[in-house]
Design a protein around this ligand. Structure first.
Ligand SMILES: Cc1cc2nc3c(=O)[nH]c(=O)nc-3n(C[C@H](O)[C@H](O)[C@H](O)COP(=O)(O)OP(=O)(O)OC[C@H]3O[C@@H](n4cnc5c(N)ncnc54)[C@H](O)[C@@H]3O)c2cc1C
Ligand SMILES: *[C@@H]1O[C@H](CO)[C@@H](O)[C@H](O)[C@H]1NC(C)=O
Ligand SMILES: *[C@@H]1O[C@H](CO)[C@@H](O)[C@H](O)[C@H]1NC(C)=O
Ligand SMILES: *[C@@H]1O[C@H](CO)[C@@H](O)[C@H](O)[C@H]1NC(C)=O
Ligand SMILES: *[C@@H]1O[C@H](CO)[C@@H](O)[C@H](O)[C@H]1NC(C)=O
Ligand SMILES: *[C@@H]1O[C@H](CO)[C@@H](O)[C@H](O)[C@H]1NC(C)=O
Length: 520
């Protein structure tokens, strides 16, 4: 009886939360918003409504996952494609005035598509920054200003063309947008030497919830702290980032070595867990586990001969030889890691076209204590099951782990050995991931970080929690559920900052940082 009424109360609460969340503005608000846009400096050809012939092509232009482009996907009321900061400011001001939220999209790679679709019925507009993507390199100062709409591939290319001795630490997929990527951290093959992308941000310009354009000084220390790893879509629209560029040698070396279970993959992965985070910072070795194979993929900031010596001493289990070395420029390595071919032109990095063919679902974990060999023996058979995908292990240690957990919102630093990313793939029309990924995630619980079980915000996963709305704003209590997984003890400071800069919770989505409310 008591249990039943508790359940009924819980249901009622859920219904209420949903009803409160779904603050669907009236049709009139939508029309007023569009009318407002038309009175601003935004040229009408930069505003796309569903009745515009190119609405669908603009919407789909950076969608990665067909899961979020179906007939039932909740789509935007309109897409604004600014070519000037003033257009972004105007869109925010119209949105505020007429109660229409905007979601900002840079590269569109959000794992849950939150930059262009809503999980629940909601009227919103998209501000798509793809046209704001200049990269201005100052070679002498070893800095660059990069606009959020640039892809990391465009950034790598522009930096190397202007200054071949310089590079930037960021992710592996060239079509990732700078805006979302830097907002959530930015892991890549040079993070052990240079830290995350966000660790190398020196200044930024942001449009806040009042439509003001602020630089680092004007935004103040808390907001500047929050935008460097506190997750995209929370505090405003970052238009541009000033970054520190980092030195790279003329020749770097890449290798891929695959070991099957029969060839000792279990031993090699077991050893890799503590070895990889402790290697010289110039050397990163990541692992991709698939079927009964472990692929060791490595970038070394130096030439082959030194690498072969290091590997024979530290990791003889891989049996690495000169024949495994692929020497190239750093820029080529960012192509090679995707193409596996040294002949692919570096201009490929400028290709922004994405493919919509494969459905994927990803989840993440952090490992702080090496998993035993016995446990790996039990983990490997998971990759032979029906619906099996892959896992990708990214080593930490070095600079990324040396920065204090509270220096930036990204808390997965000291003591973290590596990040695990689980990836499931499927084709066809279903939007549901195979059970494999959830079952493996459950199975892994004893082996990974706990209290809270950590996750990486750039690998966004709505399974770990969604906001509910109380009193017109997303609730701090609901945010804590997922927020402490992404940000640990930094979640509270993010929420306090949110309250300071966007108390009305204008920039909101299913997993946005709520404004802090203290419990009585
Ligand atoms: C194929 C693929 C490979 C990846 N590889 C890596 C990797 O190697 N390393 C890694 O760390 N991550 C990787 N990621 C994850 C990636 O870092 C995140 O998905 C990142 O958030 C994408 O940024 P975006 O601008 O492309 O995404 P978007 O979908 O445009 O944005 C992501 C989130 O940030 C918000 N946002 C976007 N632009 C801004 C802005 N200008 N100001 C404020 N908020 C903004 C959005 O509203 C949304 O909430 C990969 C993702 C994919 C799909
Ligand atoms: C935006 O417009 C202003 C005013 O016309 C101009 O000064 C500025 O250079 C423009 N910015 C960009 C990025 O085009
Ligand atoms: C999951 O990760 C893989 C590998 O990085 C990537 O190709 C895929 O796009 C990601 N999934 C989603 C939902 O974006
Ligand atoms: C750009 O990438 C897309 C998707 O991967 C591919 O189909 C297309 O051929 C590429 N275009 C060029 C010019 O390389
Ligand atoms: C997976 O299946 C392959 C082929 O059926 C087999 O050779 C391998 O031993 C299996 N691996 C594991 C870890 O069970
Ligand atoms: C997806 O659905 C469409 C329409 O129902 C159908 O024509 C198509 O064959 C399906 N595709 C797959 C891969 O199942």
């Amino acid at each position: 009886m008591a249990a039943a009424s508790t359940r009924a109360a819980a249901l009622l609460l859920t219904v209420c939360f949903l009803a409160c969340y779904v603050s669907v503005p009236s049709l009139a608000a939508s029309e007023d918003f569009l009318q407002c846009l038309s009175t601003t400096s935004i040229p009408s050809q930069l505003v796309f409504t569903p009745s515009s012939p190119s609405f669908t092509s603009v919407l789909v232009s950076s969608i990665r996952n067909p899961k979020f482009f179906t007939p039932t996907t909740v789509r935007p009321l309109c897409i604004v494609t600014p070519t000037n900061a003033s257009h972004v400011q105007a869109a925010v001001l119209c949105g505020r005035r007429h109660d229409v939220r905007v979601r900002v999209r840079s590269g569109g790679h959000d794992y849950e598509g939150l930059s262009y679709r809503s999980e629940r019925p909601e009227t919103f507009a998209v501000v798509d920054l793809a046209s704001l993507r200049a990269v201005r390199v100052d070679r002498a100062a070893a800095t660059a200003w990069v606009d959020s709409g640039a892809t990391v591939g465009e950034l790598y290319y522009a930096v190397a063309k202007a200054a071949p001795e310089l590079a930037f630490p960021a992710g592996l997929c060239p079509t990732i947008g700078v805006g979302g990527h830097f907002s959530g951290g930015g892991m890549g093959l040079t993070m052990r030497k240079y830290g995350l992308s966000a660790d190398n941000v020196l200044d930024a310009t942001l449009v806040d919830a009042n439509g003001r354009l602020l630089d680092r000084k004007a935004m103040g220390a808390d907001l500047f702290w929050a935008i460097r790893g506190g997750g995209g879509g929370n505090f405003g629209i970052v238009l541009s980032w000033k970054v520190r560029l980092v030195p790279v040698p003329p020749t770097v070396t890449f290798f891929d070595i695959q070991k099957s279970v029969d060839q000792g993959a279990v031993n090699a992965v077991t050893k890799w867990q503590t070895l990889a985070p402790a290697l010289p910072e110039d050397l990163s070795i990541r692992v991709i586990v698939q079927s009964n194979q472990a692929l060791f993929q490595s970038l070394y900031l130096g030439s082959c001969s030194a690498l072969v010596t290091t590997m024979s001493i530290l990791f003889p289990e891989l049996g690495m030889t000169r024949a495994d070395c692929r020497e190239m420029t750093w820029l080529q390595s960012m192509v090679y890691v995707n193409s596996g071919d040294t002949e692919t032109p570096v201009e490929t990095l400028l290709n922004r076209t994405t493919s919509l063919s494969t459905f994927t679902k990803n989840k993440s974990d952090y490992v702080k204590k090496a998993i035993t060999k016995d446990s790996w023996e039990k983990i490997f058979p998971w990759f032979n099951k029906t619906g099996a995908g892959i896992i990708i292990l990214e080593p930490h240690g070095g600079k990324v782990s040396g920065i204090a957990d509270t220096d930036t919102p990204f808390p997965h630093r000291s003591g973290v050995l590596y990040n695990i990313q689980y990836v499931a793939f499927w084709t066809g029309n279903g939007t549901d991931a195979p059970n494999w990924i959830k079952n493996l995630y459950d199975f892994m619980e004893p082996f990974v970080s706990k209290n809270p079980r950590g996750a990486y915000v750039n690998y966004r996963d709505l399974d770990i929690g969604e906001n509910t709305v109380v009193g017109g704003v997303t609730s701090y209590e609901s945010g804590k559920v997922w927020g402490e997984k992404y940000f640990g003890g930094n979640f509270r400071r993010l929420a306090i900052t949110k309250r300071k800069v966007d108390a009305g919770d204008y920039f909101r989505n299913e997993q946005s940082v709520p404004p802090f409310v203290s419990r009585k």
